[in-house]
Design a protein around this ligand. Structure first.
Ligand code: NOJ
Length: 537
């Protein structure tokens, strides 16, 4: 149904997610800024990334650190100005790096002028831009919907005596996408940024945008137990993954059609399982849209679980559809803590050798860890309002150098810097050929050097064991075998054919132990092998 001419962001590209507050501070106010990102573009170029996704940089009261936007077409002064943004785009493009903006579509900030108007009276022309309902006769909220950030998803506005819906914080009222004016306004925002040179978007909270128009109660989750996340008390069949969501892809595709000379691209946030990932592929133009696969953040890190997931996803993807594998982001525990420090290299090799566009969360490439945040320095509303772990630990400042402020700031950083910044930092790692950073760089280079790693098919094989995940990537006569020891024990794999060359070891060397048709792997060791064709023997 869709013509397939994949953009460079898909499949072939490597994306890098920047949490702007924490990347590089130029004006020493302790918060990162756009000029800081521009300053570090050479680093990103050297790393080999093709695009950077910026978590929100728009004006915001920062109740949810930028995911509560009060003006979609400007830049928060904390981060700089539109001129700084234009300069960033210019400099990024000069280095062949694309810019991807966070597109927060489910809600605005309560301080957005649309909401201020909407709230002002029941008769205001913008009233229906948000989701307002009358209280029940007993004064209770209109239904049992609950917020992801704790409590009812409805807040009473006492002046107009109606409740408004907020899937996240009370300060983040949900937009009413069923109103054509809202759709138009949100689409105009896309155009604004595309006209300013932006190459793509990451859509926030995609699954939540359309809700049940009848506002029925959601069913209780029979599997919920006290102590589990309150939000999971209900099955969110009426507030998430509504069938009407396909409309969003239609709207966005129409906008992109107006820019035939641009290779625009959008990735969507969705934590749901394979059926929902498949839903995105089924309802969107694969040339332009794809969901982010952040399931790696929820799966147990062992060879069998990871393999089963990847293989099932691959089986359900068509050759021109791309997965976008992310190991971490600003909402989940970093991979180095989830999989364990010893597995960072295996995780990197996995991510860079699977089909699709890998998305690297800033700092993962130097092995950054989550950082314990003292009570007094907690910022994240999730820590303050829910029984879930907060997200500050994975948002701490980038570790550039072994100096006060870690090269991030000369001021007081907004979140504490990890104590191990003297070991895990760019300065040290870029001069150490065996560092995690050097491994990432080499893996990204390999994607440019070996087409099978990008365009090759993913092929399952029977070499995998309980502890070792093995797969092939194949393109024409190029055949690679990736073998990842996800355990703390030595492992031996009997190879299918004898003639393999070592392309890369997770220690960033060319030493792979292949002898007499066997591959020997040390604990937490991964290798990329290339099959040597019989003519070369
Ligand atoms: C998902 C974002 O990634 C998260 O940081 C934010 O809190 C919610 N959406 C609400 O926008």
């Amino acid at each position: 149904m869709f013509e397939n001419k994949n953009t460079p962001l898909q499949g072939a590209g490597v994306m890098y997610q920047i949490y702007p507050r924490s990347f590089q501070d130029i004006d020493d106010d302790g918060v990162g800024d756009l000029r800081g990102i521009t300053k570090r573009l050479d680093y990103l170029k050297d790393l080999g990334v093709n695009s950077i996704w910026l978590s929100p940089i728009y004006p915001s009261p920062m109740k949810d650190f930028g995911y509560d936007i009060s003006d979609y077409t400007s830049i928060d002064s904390l981060f700089g100005s539109l001129e700084d943004f234009d300069e960033l785009v210019k400099q990024a493009h000069a280095r062949d790096i694309k810019i991807v903006m966070d597109y927060v579509i489910n809600h605005t900030s309560e301080e957005h002028k649309w909401f201020i108007e909407s709230k002002s009276s029941r008769e205001n022309p913008k009233r229906n831009w948000y989701i307002w309902r009358d209280p029940k006769p007993n004064g209770e909220p209109p239904n049992n919907w609950i917020s992801m950030f704790g409590g009812s998803a409805w807040k009473l506005d006492e002046t107009t005596n109606q409740f408004y819906l907020h899937t996240f914080l009370t300060e983040q009222p949900d937009l009413n996408w069923r109103n054509p004016e809202v759709k138009q306004a949100m689409i105009d925002i896309l155009r604004f940024w595309i006209d300013r040179g932006v190459d793509g978007f990451r859509t926030d909270a995609f699954a939540h945008v359309f809700k049940d128009p009848e506002f029925r109660d959601e069913p209780l989750n029979p599997d919920w137990r006290p102590g589990r996340w309150d939000y999971t008390k209900f099955i969110h069949s009426l507030t998430q993954h509504h069938p009407d969501l396909y409309l969003l892809y239609e709207y966005f595709d129409q906008v992109f059609n107006d820019y035939p000379d641009r290779q625009l691209f959008m990735i969507s946030e969705d934590y749901a399982g394979l059926d929902n990932l498949r839903w995105h592929h089924d309802h969107s133009n694969p040339d332009r849209f794809a969901p982010i696969n952040i399931r790696f953040s929820q799966l147990h890190w062992d060879a069998q679980t990871i393999r089963q997931f990847v293989e099932e996803y691959e089986t359900r993807l068509k050759p021109h559809e791309w997965p976008n594998h992310a190991l971490s982001n600003h909402d989940v525990v970093r991979i180095s803590d989830r999989a364990g420090s010893h597995q960072i290299r295996v995780a990197a090799m996995l991510q860079m050798t699977l089909r699709g566009m890998p998305i690297i969360y800033y700092g993962d490439e130097i092995g950054m860890h989550d950082t314990d945040i003292p009570q007094a320095q907690i910022h994240d509303p999730v820590s303050k309002q829910t029984n879930r772990p907060g997200r500050d630990p994975e948002r701490t400042p980038m570790q550039w150098a072994n100096q006060p402020g870690a090269g991030f700031t000369n001021g007081e950083p907004w979140l504490p810097i990890a104590k191990d910044y003297n070991v895990f930092n760019v300065d040290i790692e870029q001069h150490d050929p065996s560092s995690v950073l050097s491994l990432y760089k080499r893996l990204i280079q390999l994607r440019a050097e070996i087409p099978a790693l990008v365009y090759g098919s993913y092929e399952s094989n029977n070499l995998s064991t309980i502890d070792v995940y093995c797969y092939h990537r194949r393109l024409d006569d190029q055949e690679l075998l990736i073998a990842l020891n996800m355990s703390y024990k030595d492992q031996t794999i009997k190879l299918d054919v004898h003639n393999y060359d070592c392309v890369l070891n997770t220690d960033n060397s060319l030493n792979c132990s292949v002898r007499n048709g066997y591959l020997f792997l040390k604990p937490h060791e991964g290798v990329i092998l290339r099959k040597v064709s019989s003519e070369q023997n």
